[in-house]
Design a protein around this ligand. Sequence first.
Ligand code: MG
Length: 317
Amino acid sequence: MMNTPIAVDGQLLADWRPIPATAAFESIVPPSARLRRLATGTAWSEGPVWLPSEAALLWSDIPNDRVLRWSPTGGVAEFLAPARFQNGHTLGLDGELLACSHGERRIERLYPTGGWSSVVDRYRGVRLNSPNDLVVKSDGTIWFTDPPYGIDSDLEGHKADSEIGDCLVFRYDPAAETLDAVTDLMDQPNGIAFSPDETVLYVSDTSAARDPAGNHHIVAFDVIDGRSLANPRVFYVAEPGLADGFRVDEHGNVFTSAADGIHVVDADGTLLGRIPVPEVASNCAFGGEDGKRLFITASTSLYAIDVAVRGAVRDRP
Ligand code: MG
């Protein structure tokens, strides 16, 4: 696919206002908050991560096989191209950048000296499907989802058969170098995040992306002894669209993508309100100088809105 130019935008979308569903929403997303489009021109935006050390945001433009970088002072630039079809990004405990690579079918990390190398790419001797999104727990373990979206066509990776024959959620322990499947309940697991105290793991199932009768919900699991999952229950059904990716704020509210923008859901699964976005949203990430800027990746653009809360995970360098 030909790379299309990225336009630095910065346009304030004054008519796109937060829509409360409950009174509690005001203290999370102020009524005065307005959406701003920071950049536009991607084919499909996903995988946002804020880099505190650089005061910059990275995100993926998967079909164009590139990772882009936005900063308030530097505008937009290509960070990595080709990008081996990277999707989700996150930071490890030491601030190292970790990515899900559809193209390499692995979790990979960027070394400070430059260059990416594999963290984990096989389960019981066979290749992963195409890791989609990931999160690092406070004990350093990496939890990630492995749906087929990077191998079911050449659009976001390389078409290939699943060697595992299933779509699992994994826990990788870098110290022990062990990879364990923590659930096989999801048809097509996608977004993943912990509650602030890490006693609950949220995983979305987006099988409706390929099958209208499929799932478009988030499942909550209890985390047992910090390493296994129990008591799965449907936490929230994204409507319209999919809960492709999401983040949890410092109070335990879930900010999830949907076709009409970001839905803010409390820890009981109650919709508190919505942040409408003019394109199909895929994911979001907290960042900015004070940690209270919500960056939203949505189809052809990157958006941001200033909220009143920070992300649950924020003390990484
Ligand atoms: Mg995703």
